[in-house]
Design a protein around this ligand. Structure first.
Ligand SMILES: [Ca+2]
Ligand SMILES: [Ca+2]
Length: 179
């Protein structure tokens, strides 16, 4: 293992700590699903709804990545090793996250043209209590290539950078994150 991996090992270890809410050193798929389901309900959506199928696909693919032997639970060592492996393959990161990203973006695309404009973003974040400045900064982070729209490519690039970068100062490390 190279020293370049040290940063990733710390980052993925932190992810495990975040997800292992009862802190027993084991992450179970059932517990992860409960968290995701509660998160969906918190935003007023039913996790089992047909329109969330692409999101469920991403969750399944991500879990298969961390638990390739299908035991429905992993410990910290397995989790970090699996994500280190994922982090060497940008196309694999795309395969895991692209469907879920497209699904989440579709909820923000209030005019339905397939990409998120600043106006779309302002409409969907209207109740969030953000200042204009905070809202503009959040949008600018989503619109990675700066063409005025946040689209699937912008957000998939975030996930790829989050998993694959060895740069501890890469901006994505603060915003993308674990499932
Ligand atoms: Ca739009
Ligand atoms: Ca863009």
């Amino acid at each position: 293992m190279t020293t370049l991996d040290d940063h990733k090992i710390r980052k993925f270890g932190k992810g495990f700590t975040l997800l292992d809410r009862d802190d027993d050193g084991v992450l179970r798929f059932a517990d992860l699903l409960a968290v995701i389901r509660a998160e969906a309900e918190h935003t007023g959506r039913d996790y089992d709804a047909p329109e969330l199928l692409p999101l469920r696909t991403t969750v399944q693919r991500w879990w298969q990545t961390v638990d390739p032997s299908g035991r429905a639970q992993v410990d910290r060592g397995q989790f970090v090793a699996a994500l280190l492996e994922l982090s060497t393959d940008r196309e694999a990161v795309r395969y895991v996250f692209e469907d879920g990203v497209r699904c989440l973006l579709s909820f923000m695309d209030s005019d339905g043209d397939g990409r998120i404009s600043q106006a779309d973003f302002a409409r969907v974040t209207r109740e969030d209590g953000l200042t204009d400045e905070e809202r503009n900064a959040a949008f600018a982070r989503m619109d990675r290539d700066g063409d005025g729209y946040a689209d699937v490519e912008d957000l998939v690039a975030d996930y790829i950078e989050f998993y694959c970068t060895t740069d501890p100062d890469a901006p994505c490390n603060g915003i993308a994150g674990f499932i």
